[in-house]
Design a protein around this ligand. Structure first.
Ligand SMILES: [Zn+2]
Length: 209
């Protein structure tokens, strides 16, 4: 009798897990259609960009319906630590060190690392990060250093320089170029990428309309 009960429990749990896994797989398969606009992006993520291309991406984003989003914050993906109040910045160009003990230390600790990582991950020939304002040798008189992006459009000779770039900017750039319609926040909470069109227009110096 005990064996029969045991086999029954085993069978029931196998059935439960297989349906659970199946529903998860279905979820993953269904997701891309809801949250991406791949045809528009056409893998713009790592090829040279033109103003026309960015305008098309922004225009498509403006026209797309808001996808179903998860507004609830998920499990925290980042360790919550007190921001660093003292940090030594090492310039990747000349190797010189600059010590920061003010708000810039926080930017270096939080934004510089993530923006570097995201921009490097894009591997896009048109977008480069300029962090030289943080180096006292490169910029001796800089009082309030900021992160900057340099964008070189294939149909524009003069490179564009945008100062004051933060993690969220880098994330929304990546999302726009990969055809996503959703912005994924630091705590996994989602917002429509549409909400960031104005900021993206400013960054790329391109109007959606
Ligand atoms: Zn330097």
């Amino acid at each position: 009798m005990q064996y029969i009960i045991l086999i029954f429990i085993l069978l029931a749990s196998m059935l439960f897990y297989s349906s659970h896994i199946f529903s998860q797989v279905k979820d993953i398969v269904a997701r891309p259609n809801d949250t991406t606009n791949k045809e528009a992006a056409n893998a713009a993520i790592s090829k040279a960009l033109s103003r026309t291309e960015i305008q098309n991406l922004l225009r498509n984003l403006a026209k797309s319906p808001v996808p179903p989003i998860n507004k609830e914050p998920g499990a925290m993906c980042y360790k919550v630590a007190a921001p660093a109040d003292r940090i030594e910045y090492v310039c990747p160009i000349d190797g010189s060190k600059t010590l920061y003990t003010d708000v810039a230390a926080y930017t270096i600790d939080r934004d510089l690392r993530s923006v570097r990582c995201i921009i490097k991950g894009l591997n896009n020939p048109s977008i480069t990060l300029d962090e030289s304002e943080f180096c006292r040798k490169c910029h001796p008189k800089m009082e309030h250093p900021r992160l900057a992006l340099v964008i070189k459009y294939s149909d524009d000779k003069k490179p564009l320089r945008i100062e004051g770039i933060y993690t969220q900017d880098a994330e929304t750039i990546r999302e726009l170029l990969s055809g996503s319609l959703i912005h994924q926040g630091n705590y996994d909470e989602q917002t429509p990428l549409k909400d960031y069109i104005k900021r993206l227009e400013d960054i790329f110096d391109v109007k959606a309309e």
